[in-house]
Design a protein around this ligand. Structure first.
Ligand code: AMP
Length: 107
């Protein structure tokens, strides 16, 4: 059995992290190394998909719901406009193999 991802360990309360939102299927963390004035991570609670390509192929409805979750976060934390980045693969800078979208907000 594989180890839970760092995000799942935060969700489970095993290691500290700032969870700013949680729904039935998703949660959002404040990124520990922000690249924008507000930098959140939108994460499905399932670890089944390692990256957004796998998620799109395996459960496109869940991907659509993840984007709606990101939009809600952008409205709750800024004016609703947002950048959404999915690093996909180690050579693109992905360090956590549990699909997550970076939500980058101006304020
Ligand atoms: P990626 O490089 O796309 O896989 O994104 C992983 C992100 O997780 C990076 O932006 C890290 O700064 C962030 N990160 C790693 N550990 C933590 C943590 N304990 N709490 C919040 N964010 C984290």
């Amino acid at each position: 059995m594989t180890e839970p991802s760092i995000f799942t360990r935060i969700l489970n309360g095993d290691i500290p992290g700032e969870i700013v939102a949680s729904t039935g299927k998703f949660f959002a963390l404040r990124d520990i190394a922000p690249q924008a004035p507000v930098h959140l991570l939108a994460i499905p609670k399932t670890e089944e998909y390692r990256n957004v390509v796998e998620l799109a192929a395996g459960d496109p409805e869940l991907l659509a719901e993840l984007i709606a979750f990101a939009k809600q976060l952008a409205e709750d934390h800024a004016d609703g406009d947002f950048r959404l980045v999915f690093n996909t693969g180690a050579n693109a800078g992905q360090t956590v193999a549990h699909v997550h979208g970076h939500i980058l907000l101006a304020a």
